[in-house]
Design a protein around this ligand. Sequence first.
Ligand SMILES: [Zn+2]
Length: 250
Amino acid sequence: MVVAYLYFFVVGVCLGSFSNVLIYRIPLKQSIAKGRSHCGGCNRQIPAYDLIPIVSYVILKGRCRFCNEKIGIIHPIIELMGGLVAVFCFWFFKFDPLGLVVYAIMMVLMVIAIIDWRHMIIPDSLNAILLILFGVYLFFTYQSWQSHLLGALVVPGIMIATNLLVPSSFGGGDVKLMIASGIGLGLANSLLAGFIGVIVAGGYAFYLILTKKVNRKSHIAFGPYLCMGIVAAVFYGPKIIQSYLDLFNI
Ligand SMILES: [Zn+2]
């Protein structure tokens, strides 16, 4: 069992390393398959022995071997996250193949969250991949066609209606994100995901306004918070909803 956990951790770290490539290249519209990675400082190609996830960052003390340019701490953090999420999925699902689907969903959500946080955009290509993955997820977790249909419609509908009242509250990418995930999650879980996203984003925005880091007219990226909501709904949605209902003895 320890070997299995170690195996999934190492594979996850490598996939986390690939996520770094996606996070960096997709917003720049660069090919994700072709071309080796370059240093952002001196533009030199990074040698293969400096591309070992996490290990290389520690050995190089977070700087480029040639020009001493700082390598963002976010890189090893994403690699580590890739490994930890893999371990968590394995612990949660054991050998259930659904665990692999959920792991892929988690990694795409992580890429979406970081790209949206940095660039205020959710690329359509990533929402399309998420839609396919949640389509597979649906087969494992099928509730009823009404639930999955409404899951794809209700939260995005509320977001579009909100936009009519308060223009550009949500971006098109946010709406597509909730369509893609809502199909798989079903109505109750997608409502929960949207609700958690809005609460966390609202709390964060409130904090930023209180500390005068932004004013009321500033925009914050919603994607990362919606992604948090989706993560919570995937793993603990039914439990959270049940404990909420228990409060009222329903
Ligand atoms: Zn360099």
